[in-house]
Design a binder for this molecule. Structure first.
Ligand SMILES: [Fe+2]
Length: 317
C-alpha cells in the first residue's frame, strides 16, 4: 500500500529561483534564505520519497486567465518548465507518475471532488522553486512529482476547509494504491506578501508565525479562516497559504513538526518553511521537549552576518 509519510510547506518566491539560476546563492542576502533549507535537503536525502505530490499554484503560465481550474491534477508523464518571461528556468523536466496520478484522479473525483485532469502542462516557479529548495539543483529530479495546481490567482479561490478536505481525499486515494510507495506532499506559496497596490511589500510576521503554529497544532482554526482575513492580515497574495492546508489535510491528525524556518524578506515576501512527519503507528510523540525549545542560534558565519540585518527564526525539533 502507498502511504503519505510527511508534508513539507514552503514559500515559492520567484526571486529565489532567479538567485539559483543566476548563481547568487552565496551572496549574504540570499545565503540567509538558502541556509534555512540546508537541513531540509539533508532530511529529504534521508527520507528519499518514491513520489512527491506538489501542491502549488500556476501564475498564468500554463493556464491563461481564459481557463482557470480550481484544482488541476497533472496526470502526464512529464512537465517541462514554463517560460515565465525570461525563458524556461534551467531546471530538469519534472517527471510525473501517471499511474498514481490517474488513481488519485479516479478516487478523488468519485469522492465528489471535481478535479480537472491535465494531460499536458508546463510548470512554473510555484513548483520548481520548492523542488530546488528541497532537492538542490540536480541534473535530474530524484523522484517523480505529481503536480496539483490550485487556483489562488483569480477570485474565488477554494476555501481552506475545502483544501483541507481535498488533502484528506488525496490521502485516502494514496492509501488505496496497491504499490508500496512512500509519498511526501508539498504545500507551497505564501507567506505574507502583497505584490501591488498601496500595501505592496506588506509582511506580517506575527500572522505568519501564528499560521505556522496552527498548521501543526490547530489546523481546524486555519480551515475556518475566510479569504478576507488572509488578505487583510497577510496581503493579497498571502491567500496562497490555503494550499498549505491541502498538505496538512493529507497528513494524520497526530504529526511531529521536525523542522521550521522563517525569514524576511526574500524579494518582497516572507519565507516560511515547515516539515511535518506522520507519526509511526503506536509511537509516542517524539521530541516534544525539543519542539518547545527556543530557536537555536544560527550556525554559519555568512548566515549570522546576514541575520543581523534581517530576522531569521529556525527551529530544529
Ligand atoms: Fe505564488
Amino acid at each position: 500500500m502507498a502511504r503519505i509519510i510527511a508534508g513539507v510547506a514552503s514559500s515559492h518566491v520567484p526571486a529565489i529561483g532567479a538567485a539559483i539560476d543566476n548563481h547568487r546563492t552565496e551572496e549574504p542576502y540570499w545565503q540567509r534564505v538558502f541556509s534555512g533549507f540546508e537541513e531540509s535537503k539533508e532530511w529529504m536525502a534521508k527520507v528519499k520519497p518514491d513520489v512527491v505530490i506538489g501542491v502549488y499554484n500556476d501564475h498564468a503560465s500554463a493556464f491563461s486567465v481564459e481557463i482557470v481550474p480550481t484544482f488541476a491534477l497533472g496526470c502526464a508523464a512529464e512537465f517541462p518548465p514554463a517560460d515565465e518571461g525570461w525563458g524556461p528556468r534551467p531546471v530538469p523536466v519534472v517527471k510525473g507518475h501517471p499511474q498514481l496520478a490517474a488513481h488519485i484522479a479516479q478516487s478523488v473525483i468519485l469522492d465528489e471532488f471535481d478535479l480537472t485532469i491535465v494531460n499536458k502542462m508546463e510548470v512554473d516557479h510555484g513548483l520548481t522553486v520548492p523542488m530546488n529548495l528541497m532537492f538542490g539543483s540536480p541534473k535530474e529530479w530524484p523522484c517523480p512529482v505529481i503536480p496539483l495546481a490550485v487556483n489562488v490567482v483569480l477570485y474565488p479561490p477554494p476555501t481552506g476547509h475545502r483544501c483541507f478536505a481535498l488533502g484528506r481525499a488525496i490521502r485516502k486515494a494514496v492509501e488505496s494504491y496497491p504499490e508500496d510507495l512512500r509519498v511526501v506532499i508539498f504545500g507551497t506559496g505564501g507567506m505574507s506578501h502583497q505584490i501591488s497596490g498601496p500595501r505592496a511589500g506588506l509582511i506580517n510576521s506575527k500572522f505568519d508565525k501564528a499560521f505556522l503554529d496552527n498548521l501543526t497544532k490547530d489546523p481546524a482554526k486555519l480551515m475556518r479562516m475566510p479569504h478576507v482575513e488572509y488578505m487583510r492580515e497577510a496581503g493579497a497574495e498571502g491567500v496562497e497559504m490555503v494550499m498549505w492546508l491541502v498538505m496538512r489535510g493529507a497528513l494524520d491528525d497526530k504529526i511531529d513538526e521536525v523542522y521550521r524556518f522563517y525569514t524576511v524578506p526574500a524579494s518582497n515576501t516572507a519565507v516560511g518553511h515547515i516539515i511535518l512527519e506522520n507519526r509511526p503507528k503506536g509511537a509516542r510523540r517524539a521530541g516534544a521537549a525539543k519542539r518547545l525549545a527556543p530557536p537555536k542560534a544560527k550556525a554559519k558565519a555568512p548566515a549570522r552576518r546576514a541575520a543581523a540585518r534581517a530576522k531569521v527564526d529556525r527551529v530544529r525539533t
